[in-house]
Design a protein around this ligand. Structure first.
Ligand code: ZN
Length: 463
């Protein structure tokens, strides 16, 4: 028996026969890739482990720690940077069997869940309790909340509700040596020393394996208003954002900006009738969620009509039904269809202050087109969060690395972020130093050494 087969057998004895599988026991392709990154051919997976409880996760990690075995924790594998992809000899630890929704506490407005619950199931359970879990993103039907937490997922409603980090009141996580840290609190205020929960959120499985979460719920919106607006350029977008914030207050939930190439992809390229003629400088999809359907709709119309009347908006349509709102959102959601209409592409997810995004778009256009005149640049973003996405189709002569170096060089000079909401994983590791100082990276390493001295947790990721 090879030593790895021997280790697998001993792991099965330690944690349970039904929890552990070997590479020959089935088809495990879903554990070897996310949306962008594929594991290297022939990567040596010692075992696939499918625990059902925190206690089993703890036993798996204790065994791996004692045997110096790397562990790669995995959620729904919908990431975009290879954070969950195994790259060296390891045990793959999938949380997919930990799917219990344990409790909805309506007084505390919380939901306690195991890490493997799919995001959409959380949204539905909140809705059934007459409450609302606001995190939403394209992978909702297969991503898991444990993965959303360990990558600090963002999405379209960050403007109002914050990122996943802001939606978690309590965390239970297992450290590299199997120690269980139970910080499953159901209250907002807790100034009792270091906020340990935040160490596990956004650290991409390098400091511990999140096993359970207390999620923060909100009142269920009674009204949703959706509109699409056309503007001359980015300066008008910033002014309109200011008016929308002032006019809608905390009911403003989305302010999604689309540049013309993106708008054409989301409409004409998909054989859809554009709701507004595709001749404007920039487009904004705007959404509010409130508690008073009649008053909210008339306020929505008033703010948009005033912006139209003053010439700030060149055109606008306001959805009059749920179906019309969905048609407007389908334009913004067209990246899901990029494989059909705009492929292969190289994606970017960067941040700079909201006021600089228009200049950043112009600068990126200028430097990229000067070097590769045939490159196709598609810009869109959650600009109220300072977050810009760029999807680039490269000419044959351009290497991905050269394009990334140029883009991240611009971001570094602007002291921006090379990853607004997708994480670092493997894909962006070479560019971490564009956004983080040597002192910051050394502080991260010090925390890593303290919590995972043998370096078994998701090795090779982040830095
Ligand atoms: Zn995004």
């Amino acid at each position: 028996m090879s030593s790895d087969a021997n280790l697998r057998t001993r792991l099965a004895v330690a944690v349970g026969e039904d929890i552990v599988r070997g590479p020959g026991d089935g088809e495990f392709g879903r554990h070897l890739r996310d949306f962008v990154v594929q594991a290297p051919a022939g990567v040596n997976i010692v075992a696939f482990a499918y625990p059902r409880s925190t206690e089993q996760v703890s036993r798996i990690l204790r065994f791996c720690h004692e045997n110096d075995l790397p562990v790669v924790p995995q959620g729904g594998m919908t990431g975009l940077v290879g954070g969950g992809v195994p790259v060296t000899r390891c045990v793959v630890l999938s949380l997919e069997r930990m799917r219990a929704i344990e409790e909805v506490d309506t007084a505390a407005s919380t939901m306690t869940v195991q890490a493997g619950v799919v995001l959409e199931a959380v949204q539905k359970a909140a809705d059934a309790a007459n409450l609302f879990f606001p995190l939403d993103l394209g992978g909702r039907g297969s991503c898991q909340v444990g993965g959303n937490a360990s990558t600090n997922a963002g999405g379209n409603r960050v403007l109002r509700y914050g990122m996943m980090r802001d939606l978690i009141l309590g965390v239970e996580a297992v450290l590299a040596d199997g120690t269980v840290i139970n910080a499953l609190h159901k209250y907002i205020k807790n100034n009792t020393g270091y906020d340990l929960r935040q160490l596990f959120i956004g650290s991409e499985g390098t400091l511990g394996v999140i096993t359970r979460l207390v999620l923060r719920l909100y009142p269920k919106p009674r009204s949703v208003c959706t509109g699409l607006c056309a503007l001359r350029g980015y300066a008008a977008v910033v002014e309109f954002l200011g008016r929308a914030k002032a006019g809608f207050g905390s009911t403003l939930t989305a302010f999604e900006v689309m540049w013309p190439e993106f708008y054409r992809l989301g409409t004409v390229a998909l054989s859809r009738q554009p709701p507004i003629e595709p001749k404007h400088g920039v487009y904004v999809l705007i959404e509010t969620m409130g508690t008073d359907p009649d008053a909210d709709q008339s306020r929505f119309e008033k703010v948009i009509e005033e912006a139209l009347g003053s010439g700030l908006l060149e055109d606008a349509v306001i959805a009059q039904s749920v179906a019309q709102a969905q048609q407007l959102w389908a334009i913004r959601d067209c990246p899901g269809e990029f494989p059909r209409i705009h492929w292969p592409q190289l994606g970017f997810d960067v941040s700079v202050p909201t006021g600089e995004i228009g200049d950043l778009v112009e600068e990126l256009r200028k430097v990229l087109l000067a070097r590769w005149p045939d490159i196709v640049l598609v810009f869109f973003g959650h600009v109220a969060d300072g977050n810009l996405h760029l999807s680039a189709r490269l000419p044959a002569a351009a290497s991905e690395h050269d394009v990334e170096e140029l883009v991240y060089g611009v971001i570094a000079r602007r002291r921006g972020s090379v990853s607004a909401e997708h994480g670092i994983g493997l894909h962006k590791k070479p560019f971490l130093q564009c956004s983080r100082s040597p002192e910051e990276i050394e502080m991260m390493r010090a925390i890593k050494r303290a919590l995972d001295p043998k370096g078994i947790l998701n090795p090779g990721k982040v830095f």
